[in-house]
Design a protein around this ligand. Structure first.
Ligand code: PLP
Length: 387
């Protein structure tokens, strides 16, 4: 499984047409990946795209066309999804800090499922639903305490993380369900243990630890029917091994088969990450006695992953003819007034000059969606390639 091949000639043409910086997305590549993701399951799987990865309207409309749902983490995201054509019943609402207003909208519009992150949240849902005379459908997000195998800032299923609920919360949760039995319906369990997972071991462990909880509810008469395995599948940013999607689907189905449940999942990065490129222009080459800096017109304001997670994105000089000049070592940095504002450090690149174009690869997930106008730079443009 390989990512898209953005042709340098194509990127150069786009750069001539639109000003840099911009993100460009390969919609056909995204669709192929979705197809492959779905095909990794033999039976039915209900895919809810985690739109926090990339909420571009055309990408969302495209996903709607392919009949998948969305996983949102704020009502703001839900509104964007609805604007893109999703129905309330297509929405799963995750996140640890849902406000009363957000819960009110979710319950009023009868979204598919609210993933509950704490007993207090469950009480809040119960109170809101009672007031609205509605029944909210919820799933309990468990924290299975599995050891993280990814960057500490993107682990979510470890006991130190704020996400999910420890099994010790269960008696209290059952009590709350009893109190609000007219207004809350428990539909299932859910987990999401972290992002950029490159092996399946911790997900397997998390599912195995959560199965008894599902069964316990089922055996005590709760109408549970969904098991949501979250998202988290990683992509090979820096030559790492690609996650084996067929093995993923087979593992999830095999583990959950005895439950006879509906399988839900919330993939984000794996569907879009490799199908986006950030294109920038070199503004200045600054050579100090210690470093060569290529200062470009985009940075942590548009792609924060290197600064926030020490993420490594491959960077290519966009050239349509091979350069005869020897490569040099560069730090590729942005215009933002922070020393953490870099896109890549110590990169060998063909000799760079003012005006050269660079492609920062695998930027389709958590790129534009985390962009800001810090320092009051404009946001980058987004371009969709349909073919
Ligand atoms: N589901 C939940 C609850 C999340 O918090 C996230 C990401 O943080 C995802 C799904 C998607 O993760 P990924 O993009 O790694 O697939």
């Amino acid at each position: 499984m390989s990512g898209p091949q953005f042709l340098h000639s194509q990127l150069e043409k786009l750069a001539r047409k639109y000003d840099t910086p911009f993100y460009v997305y390969d919609l056909e590549g995204i669709n192929q990946r979705l197809k492959k993701f779905r095909a990794s399951f033999h039976g039915d799987v209900e895919v809810h795209y985690a739109m926090k990865a990339n909420a571009n309207k055309d990408i969302l409309k495209n996903f709607k066309k392919h009949k998948i749902g969305v996983d949102v983490v704020s009502w703001g995201e839900a509104k964007v999804a609805i604007d893109a054509g999703f129905h309330h019943r297509d929405i799963i609402f995750s996140g640890v800090g849902k406000s009363i207003e957000e819960i009110t909208k979710a319950v009023k519009h009868q979204i598919k499922q609210i993933n509950v992150e704490s007993p207090q949240e469950l009480i809040r849902i119960g109170e809101v639903a009672k007031k609205l005379k509605k029944k909210a459908q919820v799933a309990f997000r468990m924290n299975p305490n599995v050891s993280p195998q990814t960057h500490p800032y993107i682990t979510t299923g470890f006991r130190e993380n704020k996400f999910g609920m420890d099994a010790s919360f269960l008696p209290e949760l059952r009590g709350i369900l009893t109190k609000y039995k007219k207004n809350i319906e428990l539909k299932g369990v859910t987990l999401h243990i972290g992002s950029q997972l490159l092996t399946l071991d911790s997900l397997r462990e998390a599912i195995l630890k959560t199965i008894p909880i599902y069964l316990d509810f089922k055996n005590s008469g709760y109408p549970v029917e969904t098991f949501d395995v979250g998202g988290g599948l990683g992509i090979p940013y820096d030559g790492q091994t690609q996650i084996d999607l067929a093995a993923y689907g087979a593992m999830v189905e095999e583990l959950l088969k005895p439950l006879e449940c509906r399988i839900l999942c919330e993939p984000g990065r794996i569907l879009v990450g490799e199908f986006g490129v950030l294109v920038a222009e070199v503004q200045y080459i600054k050579k100090t006695p210690f470093k060569n800096f290529a200062i470009v017109n985009t940075g942590m304001n548009h792609l924060i992953r290197p600064a926030l997670y020490s993420a490594v994105h491959r960077i290519e000089k966009i050239e349509t003819r091979a350069s005869a000049e020897a490569s040099e070592l560069y730090d590729v940095v942005g215009p933002v007034c922070e020393s953490s504002d870099f896109l890549g450090k110590d990169r060998y690149l063909p000799k760079l000059h003012q005006g050269d174009l660079l492609a920062i690869l695998d930027s389709g997930a958590y790129g534009f969606s985390m962009a800001s106008n810090y320092n009051h730079h404009d946001l980058p443009k987004e371009i969709i390639l349909k073919k």
